[in-house]
Ligand binder design. Structure first.
Ligand SMILES: Nc1ncnc2c1ncn2[C@@H]1O[C@H](COP(=O)(O)OP(=O)(O)OP(=O)(O)O)[C@@H](O)[C@H]1O
Ligand SMILES: [Mg+2]
Length: 249
């Protein structure tokens, strides 16, 4: 067999597919009574986008995020993740896709209480094919990136709220996912601590990570490049989007 040669001069790689493509994606919880939590919607999120999601409590934000994160299957429509039609993928395949391509950060951190920061992050590499010998080094590097290189051995109860959330972010990004999903990542944090978490998200966005962040907070929403609103299950792109210049709407 011959090795594939170098790409011909002047050839450019095709652009990557959108990270998220929703075509008429909706979810009705079966009930009884059935709850139409997300009405069929279209949405495209490109690589490197930073999308914030706002809306009142109970409007369907987490439902939307759980579909995007392959935790729930939509009851209508098609969802393509990195060009992969997720509806055609079985449960094991979805778990594998999630492990490789998606990182989650939740309001209440969801760290294992009796494991150190380093162990919490290392565990995220257990089921995604990372060779055993590389896991510790990658986890250490991820914790150093979030400014916690000096707290590797601390258990969550010995860390501040902001530090816990930074461990959760390190865990979410250690496997280099294409998409980082955050559900109220600063909801449990005071303003100053929240700012350190938000700057970390800005930094990840600056490095090319695609972010989808749910928030109740207008200021947090304005950190994104785009905001979508969800009300009574209806998802809409907000018309006036944020300026690239840093002038926030
Ligand atoms: N498993 C479920 N079964 C039935 N209904 C559900 C289920 N989960 C959520 N719902 C309903 O779906 C709707 C949307 O819920 P969702 O959790 O997406 O709201 P949310 O916008 O994230 O709210 P919050 O800001 O309070 O977190 C709500 O009416 C909720 O009661
Ligand atoms: Mg929610």
């Amino acid at each position: 067999m011959t090795e594939p040669g170098p790409a011909p001069e002047g050839a450019t790689a095709p652009p990557p597919p959108p990270v998220i493509e929703f075509h008429g994606v909706g979810l009705t919880y079966p009930g009884p009574p059935p709850v139409p939590a997300l009405l069929p919607c279209d949405l495209t999120v490109l690589t490197g986008d930073y999308v914030t999601v706002v809306g009142p409590s109970g409007s369907g934000k987490s439902t939307f995020l759980n579909i995007a994160g392959l935790l729930d299957r939509p009851t209508s429509g098609r969802y393509l993740l990195d060009g992969v039609d997720t509806g055609a993928v079985g449960d094991a395949g979805r778990t594998a896709l999630r492990g490789r391509r998606i990182g989650f950060v939740f309001q209440s951190f969801h760290l294992l209480p009796h494991r150190s920061a380093l162990e919490n992050v290392t565990l995220a590499l257990l089921y995604n094919g990372t060779p055993r010998g590389q896991r510790l080094a990658l986890a250490r590097e991820a914790l150093e990136r979030v400014g916690l290189g000096h707290r590797l051995d601390a258990v969550p109860s010995r860390l501040s709220g902001g530090e816990r959330q930074r461990v959760a972010i390190a865990r979410a990004v250690v496997a280099r996912p294409s998409l980082l999903l955050c559900d109220e990542p600063t909801g449990n944090l005071d303003t100053v601590t929240a700012e350190s978490v938000l700057s970390l998200l800005d930094q990840l966005h600056g490095e090319g990570m695609t972010l989808l962040v749910i928030t109740h907070d207008r200021e947090v929403a304005a950190r994104g490049r785009r905001t979508v609103t969800i009300r009574d299950g209806v998802l809409r792109e907000r018309e006036q989007q944020h300026e690239e210049s840093g002038v926030r709407t």
